[in-house]
Design a protein around this ligand. Structure first.
Ligand code: AFD
Ligand code: MN
Ligand code: MN
Length: 430
């Protein structure tokens, strides 16, 4: 057994698919060659995609109304790492874990780090939590944390973030992500300018303590839990704050945290242009911060986001190195199936964006040919790259059909037997 899967499971599951995969791959290779594209280059690029899994994502999430725990939920951070290892074993692009503190605070970070590394995983980033109260804490975050009117609450929130940095350093992480729920539920409740001043002053103290080589990622969100105004509400405020904090502070874009109809690909392009795009929380949504599986509702938007990312990559934009992470809440699906599906969609969007004929697109833009410009993008987006994704996974030792292999493995059934339902672990509502 390795990574919770039987030895030979993946090879056995792949075997019946190999002949068809090779035929499809050859056929797609010939099609792409006619377009001047080398399929091997794309496959190699697909194998290099990395997207981190959130420690809170492997448990069942919930809504404001209910939570329906699934069988075999991880009960502690070690079991969460076991689940993350299964995801990575099957999709081969998710060796990084983004850990949430205190939901997954390790007692002995060095042990946890060794446990993860023994499974081929590493800790990429830490996430602080000052949006809910923990048992026994001195001050409540009911009316805010880093931007609270009371300095004692702000100090407590800063101290928590400093603790995250200490734990993260012991885990070998390289980034710290801060999302706060601070804001107002009613007009007049919060002084718009002073709250932002207090936030920046508090976060400045966290920034000053960043370990060498680390980045501070700040995550904005339009609303929720505050329903009238949020302190870090949009990308413009995020950009301003990242700039004010310093060169190691960056904006993190969670796809579910924008006003309806916001052009997220353009937001991404702006942040790249201004040198402040630090990373992503990928997910999808119909209405708000729904945290659905990545690419499930707006796959074309995901492609357009990757179109900007790949454009910057190919342009060699200085300092361009965003951290890709998933941030989803799984209420009706097996979290491992959802996370694998999302990781596959991230790779798909990346590969499709690499198929855009950028010379042709530039020519369309020069001629102001709107129809052909969109067709140039659509040609890439409508190309079925499944054979590239399957081949990339197979070559990396992963599964050609990750969800089918996972179901065949019986991992969830074994987890259900080994992890009897009991106390709730970590995140419920994310
Ligand atoms: C909340 C926020 C945000 C954040 C997550 C983990 O909406 O997406 O990334 O908590 O801290 O869901
Ligand atoms: Mn998020
Ligand atoms: Mn969110």
């Amino acid at each position: 057994m390795s990574a919770g899967l039987e030895d030979g499971l993946i090879a056995g599951e792949n075997a019946p698919h190999l002949a068809a995969l090779e035929q499809d791959y050859e056929h797609l290779g010939r099609q792409l060659a006619r377009r001047g594209v080398d399929i091997e280059r794309l496959t190699e690029r697909a194998m290099r995609v990395r997207v981190a899994v959130p420690s809170w994502g492997v448990g069942t999430g919930g809504t404001r109304f209910a939570r329906f725990p699934g069988p075999g939920e991880p009960r502690d951070v070690y079991e969460k790492i076991d689940d993350c290892a299964v995801i990575h074993a099957l999709v081969r692009v998710t060796p990084g874990v983004s850990i949430h503190i205190p939901w997954d605070r390790p007692e002995r970070p060095a042990d946890l780090r060794a446990f993860a590394e023994a499974r081929g995983l590493f800790f990429e980033s830490t996430n602080s939590n000052t949006f809910e109260d923990q048992p026994g804490q001195a001050h409540s975050y009911k009316f805010g944390s880093l931007s609270h009117t009371d300095a004692a609450v702000r100090d407590q929130a800063v101290a928590h973030n400093l603790e995250c940095l200490r734990i993260g350093a012991a885990l070998g992480a390289r980034a710290h992500t801060v999302w706060i729920g601070d804001g107002g539920n009613f007009p007049g409740q919060v002084h718009a300018r002073r709250a932002l001043d207090r936030y920046l002053e508090s976060l400045g103290r966290v920034y000053a303590a960043l370990p060498d080589g680390w980045r501070l990622l700040i995550e904005h969100k339009l609303y929720e839990p505050a329903f009238y105004s949020t302190v870090l509400n949009d990308w413009g405020t995020s950009y301003y704050c990242a700039r004010a904090l310093g060169e190691r502070a960056f904006s993190l874009v969670d796809l579910g945290h924008h006003a309806p109809n916001v052009n997220i690909p353009q937001v991404v392009a702006r942040l790249i242009q201004f040198g402040k795009l630090g990373g992503f929380h990928f997910n999808d949504s119909q209405y708000g911060d729904d945290d659905l599986d990545t690419g499930s509702v707006r796959p074309f938007q995901l492609f357009l986001i990757f179109n900007e990312l790949v454009d910057a990559e190919l342009d060699g934009v200085p300092g361009f190195d965003p951290a890709y992470m998933l941030d989803q809440s799984h209420n009706v699906t097996d979290p491992l199936e959802s996370l694998m599906t999302s990781a596959v969609e991230v790779v798909r969007a990346c590969v499709q964006a690499h198929l855009v004929d950028r010379g042709a697109l530039a020519e369309c833009q020069r001629r102001n040919d709107a129809v052909m410009a969109l067709q140039t993008l659509k040609r890439a987006f409508t190309t079925d790259v499944a054979a590239i994704l399957g081949m990339a996974r197979a070559r990396a030792g992963g599964a050609i059909d990750p969800v089918a292999a996972y179901r065949a493995s019986g991992y969830r059934q074994r987890a259900a037997a080994a992890r009897p339902a009991g106390r709730r672990a970590g995140a419920g509502i994310v």
